[in-house]
Each structure stands twice: as structure tokens, then as C-alpha cells.
Design a protein around this ligand. Structure first.
Ligand code: PHE
Length: 419
């Protein structure tokens, strides 16, 4: 039977029927990589903070929040998929691990701050591969102005200053219209004011990206760094945008942003303000800036990883892989329990199970086959689990032991029949 209580960050919390936070996840709660001296995520945080010197810099908010704060207060609809136990970690029905730093927007606005950055660990149940990890780090940034003429004058002056500063750079920015029928200004906003604020958001972030990426490989004269703005949707901003950076032949999403929903500011007791907010993923940016090939490396305690980032003279160090150890894949095929075919095992449940057994020794998990037996209607699945250590060579015995641990947990937890 599952425990009746969990101890999280030194406090006890009751569990219930939806508790799904696993031991692996619990062990990450105290680590707070974004505050560890010399850690690349800490270095990146301070680098971004230094670009916004007159903003409040916050980084000690607890990851435990109510679903109300994480979703409802930000106008997420009641049927939003992010709320499901398949996608988010719940301590119990009243407490969860934040899925984004936006969960703190209202508290920070209510405290009276008008320019701020907030960095934190966030948690989402996900697949296993080189760029997904169930814990990652986001930085939320926001700036709000008085929505009267004096506030809008402040925005205009800042826009003029920023455009001047951005006029020469070797970053190629693909731009879009700020306000469109599908990405509208909010009903309570004068569209001209919304446009000014959206321009301020875009200039502020382009200036940050220039600061971060200028001089980095791929941003040379011959091959400028490519950044693109695309229309997006978030329940708590409008208009909304996503920013992507072209890296190794692919567009990588690095941040979401938009004009802050007036409902957010009303709930924070600052109804006479308007402004913008963004949320950026620190791992994605660090993987590009520091050439870090696998997201698990951020959790490594290997001195061969950490020592590469202890050079205080250089803002950004390029990671030199110390060798890739051989990988070893093992397949597991099983029949789903009879009569349960329509409530199939969710892939995220399987991935949490694999992480609980193998931790960071698992590199990726993929379904390679699925079929239904025509006669008895049973469903068979086959998963391929790729094991690889970042720090050493795994012996055959070690890999076999990990895999048989996975297989027996699958039988115990999901009642599957191994083929
Ligand atoms: N919280 C959003 C996410 O995690 C990003 C975001 C932040 C979007 C602030 C708009 C404004 O995807």
C-alpha cells in the first residue's frame, strides 16, 4: 500500500488516491540547481539577471503550490490537459508541484513589484530522451506600467531606447505582426497601448537574446543566429508569442510570453497597470550556449562535468564531452491485463517507473511495437529502453540487473504479463 504521508522539504503531507509524486522526483526537490555555485544553470540565471539590473531577482519560492495557483488563478479552463495526473505531479488533490513559474505571477504582482525575474525548478511528467527531463528550470520575467498616459509615455521612451540599441547586431530575427485577429488585444485594452506593450516585450527579449547569444558559435557574421517570433496561445496572456532559436538544423522553443491578462492584474490588486510577462526554459538555452548534449548532464555530480563550469572569468564555458560511454538497449514486451485495454498504461507512468529503477542511467524509452491479438483481443506492447551512463561504462550485469528491476516492477505495478 502507498504511504499515508510524504515528507517533502522537511514537512509532512497526507497522500490520497491521486498522489503520483515518485521517490526520484522527491529527491530532486531540495537540489535547486539554479542556486548552486558554478552550476551552468546558476551562471545562466545570473547572466540574465545582469541584463536586467534594476529588476527584483527572486529565486526562493517553494515548488509546492495549490492547483488553484498553478491553473485556476491564471484562467486555465477546468478541462485543460495540463491538469491531468498523467501530465502533472500531485502530492494530493490540494497540492501539486508547480508546472511553470507563472504560478507565482499573482503573488509577485500583489507584493507591489513592477519589474521582476523569478527563477525556479518546475515539474512535468514527460517522455524520456536527451532533451526532456521531468524537472527543469524556468525564469519568469515581467514588467508592468501604469495604464494611463504617463505609463504609456514611459513605454514609448523605453521602446525608442531599445530600438536604438538593437539597430546593429548579427542576429537574424524573423518578426511577426504584434496583434492579429487570431492573437488579439484584450477587450479592456486600447489596441494602441497593447501594441506599445507588445513592442516593449519584443525589444526587451531581443535585446536579452542578443546579449546571451552574441559571439556564440552559430552567431558569426557568415552564419548569424536565427531567432523567430511566432503567434502562440496561453490562457493568461493576449496577444501571446513563442520564441524559437535555430540550432543544429532545428527550431528549438525557448520561451513563451505575452501581454499579461488583465484578470491576473485585477486578482493581484493592481488593476490600473498593464504589462508583459515571459517564461523561459533555462536548460534549453544552456544546452545551446554551453554545447551540453544531454539534459541529464545538468544533474551530474561528476567532477569532469562540474569542473568545466568553475572558471569564473568566462561567463559561458563550452562543454567538452569527456567521452560517450557505450549504450545498451533492452526490449520488454508484455500483454496488457485483460479487460483493461481501454485504460492502457500511460507512457508517462511507464517512464516514471523506469526512472525510479534506473535513475539517470536511462537515456531514452520508446514504444517500438503495439498490436491487438485478433482472436482474444488482448493488446501487446513492446518498449525499447536504452541504458547509458554519463559517467562510466555499464557492465552487462549492471544493465541486466536494471532491466530485470524494470520488468518486475512492471508486473507488480501494472499487472502486465511479460511475453
Ligand atoms: N508559463 C508558460 C509556459 O510554461 C510560459 C509563459 C510565461 C507564457 C509568461 C506567457 C507568459 O509555457
Amino acid at each position: 500500500a502507498p504511504p499515508s504521508h510524504l515528507t517533502l522539504l522537511g514537512q509532512q503531507y497526507p497522500t490520497d488516491s491521486i498522489t503520483n509524486i515518485s521517490p526520484t522526483i522527491i529527491s530532486k526537490l531540495p537540489l535547486r540547481l539554479h542556486t548552486q555555485p558554478f552550476h551552468p544553470l546558476n551562471t545562466l540565471r545570473t547572466l540574465i539577471e545582469s541584463h536586467f539590473p534594476d529588476y527584483a531577482h527572486l529565486s526562493s519560492f517553494s515548488p509546492l503550490v495549490t492547483p488553484y495557483k498553478n491553473f485556476d488563478e491564471l484562467s486555465f479552463p477546468t478541462d485543460h490537459p495540463g491538469r491531468s495526473v498523467a501530465d502533472s505531479y500531485y502530492v494530493n488533490k490540494d497540492l501539486m508541484l508547480r508546472t511553470h513559474t507563472s504560478a507565482h505571477e499573482i503573488d509577485v504582482f500583489r507584493s507591489g513589484k513592477t519589474k521582476w525575474l523569478l527563477t525556479a525548478d518546475v515539474y512535468r511528467r514527460d517522455e524520456i530522451d536527451g532533451s526532456h527531463y521531468p524537472v527543469f528550470h524556468q525564469m519568469e520575467g515581467a514588467r508592468i506600467f501604469s495604464s494611463d498616459a504617463s505609463g504609456m509615455k514611459e513605454v514609448e521612451e523605453d521602446n525608442a531606447r531599445l530600438s536604438q540599441h538593437l539597430s546593429q547586431s548579427n542576429i537574424l530575427i524573423e518578426d511577426i505582426l504584434h496583434i492579429t485577429p487570431t492573437n488579439p488585444a484584450q477587450p479592456s485594452h486600447d489596441p494602441r497601448h497593447s501594441e506599445l506593450v507588445a513592442v516593449n516585450l519584443k525589444l526587451s527579449l531581443n535585446s536579452l537574446l542578443l546579449h546571451l547569444f552574441a559571439g556564440v558559435a552559430g552567431a558569426s557574421k557568415e552564419e548569424p543566429l536565427r531567432v523567430r517570433w511566432i503567434e502562440a496561445y496561453f490562457p493568461f496572456t493576449s496577444p501571446s508569442y513563442e520564441v524559437e532559436v535555430f540550432f543544429r538544423g532545428k527550431w528549438l522553443e525557448i520561451l513563451g510570453c505575452g501581454v499579461v491578462g488583465q484578470a491576473t492584474l485585477d486578482r493581484a490588486d493592481v488593476p490600473h497597470k498593464m504589462g508583459w510577462a515571459f517564461g523561459l526554459g533555462l536548460e534549453r538555452i544552456s544546452m545551446i550556449l554551453n554545447s551540453i548534449p544531454d539534459i541529464r548532464l545538468f544533474w551530474s555530480t561528476d567532477p569532469r562535468f562540474l569542473s568545466q563550469f568553475s572558471n569564473t572569468d568566462r561567463k559561458i564555458s563550452t562543454f567538452k564531452p569527456y567521452s560517450k560511454y557505450p549504450s545498451c538497449f533492452k526490449d520488454v514486451s508484455f500483454w496488457l491485463p485483460l479487460g483493461e485495454d481501454n485504460k492502457k498504461i500511460h507512457e508517462n507512468d511507464l517512464c516514471d517507473l523506469v526512472r525510479d529503477v534506473a535513475g539517470d542511467l536511462v537515456e531514452d524509452v520508446k514504444m517500438i511495437d503495439s498490436f491487438r491479438h485478433p482472436k482474444n483481443n488482448r493488446t501487446s506492447l513492446c518498449y525499447r529502453i536504452n541504458y547509458r551512463s554519463m559517467d562510466k561504462s555499464l557492465s552487462n550485469e549492471e544493465t541486466n540487473a536494471l532491466h530485470s528491476g524494470v520488468v518486475s516492477r512492471l508486473q507488480d505495478q501494472f499487472r502486465v504479463e511479460i511475453r
